[in-house]
Write a protein that binds this ligand. Structure first.
Ligand code: FPP
Length: 236
């Protein structure tokens, strides 16, 4: 029995490095395969009526990786946008990105902003790339915007609540996450969408991200559909 509706799916795409190592390839080859898989999963949004898909593509902590790996991921972002913009238009998907963009090198940042602009009127689905993103940074940035509004006299501090605080997050139009999938078996949240995951269901699979396919997505969705979501209420 389907008990739940899934509007927003979020994924921590982990395991590219291990996928490459298992094949004797460089880590960057794993990321390349991971980016190819991103395209496969986006294609399934319409079929499974997933309106919002959020992908953790580069965390605020990933800046600590080697310059070579960081460069490869930045190039991959640009290549993904270059090669996939047409598909986003064809599938009527709007691209959003959340994170601290100022750290992304201009060649990739520029493309990101261009594709956000060119897809902004698409309406069937919303793909949010979490890139140079950290959940704590997002909450700190929101708190700064709240403080600025209070100081400017635009907001009465007593009227601040959970509902209007969300307007200060990076992408207020994106609803809370219904299901969060993490690949490659780690049982961690890794600073992902901390505010938006408050009442999400979690699903962890041992599959490495480049191997996460439609069959695996089905397993995760079936697990989600059968769960009882209580949002703090007592059991029915
Ligand atoms: C985690 O695997 C994955 C990342 C840090 C990057 C995720 C990036 C992609 C899937 C490709 C880029 C996507 C786009 C859309 C540009 P890991 O490297 O931590 O793997 P490991 O834990 O096995 O080492």
């Amino acid at each position: 029995m389907v008990k739940n509706k899934l509007d927003h799916l979020a994924i921590i795409m982990d395991g590219n490095g291990r996928w490459a190592k298992q094949r004797g390839l460089k880590r960057t080859e794993g990321h390349k395969a991971g980016a190819e898989n991103v395209k496969e999963i986006i294609q399934l949004m319409e079929k499974y009526q997933i309106k919002y898909l959020s992908l953790y593509a580069f965390s605020s902590e990933n800046w600590r990786r080697s310059p070579a790996e960081i460069n490869a991921l930045m190039r991959l972002l640009k290549e993904f946008l270059d090669g996939y913009e047409v598909e986003l238009m064809k599938n009527d998907i709007k691209l959003l990105a959340i994170g601290r963009f100022e750290k992304i090198p201009p060649f990739a940042r520029q493309r990101l902003l261009e594709v956000i602009k060119s897809t902004k009127n698409n309406s069937k689905g919303v793909l949010t790339l979490c890139f140079s993103y950290g959940g704590r940074e997002e909450i700190v940035d929101a708190a700064k915007k709240v403080a600025a509004d209070v100081m400017a006299g635009n907001l009465n501090i007593d009227s601040l609540d959970e509902s209007n605080f969300t307007n200060y997050l990076y992408a207020p139009e994106v609803p809370e996450v219904d299901l969060m999938i993490r690949t490659s078996g780690e049982l961690r949240i890794s600073n992902f969408l901390l505010w938006q995951l408050a009442y999400s269901e979690f699903y962890v699979t041992d599959k490495l991200w480049p191997d996460f396919d439609e069959l695996e997505l089905n397993k995760a969705l079936n697990s989600f559909y059968g769960r009882e979501r209580r949002f703090g209420k007592e059991q029915a």
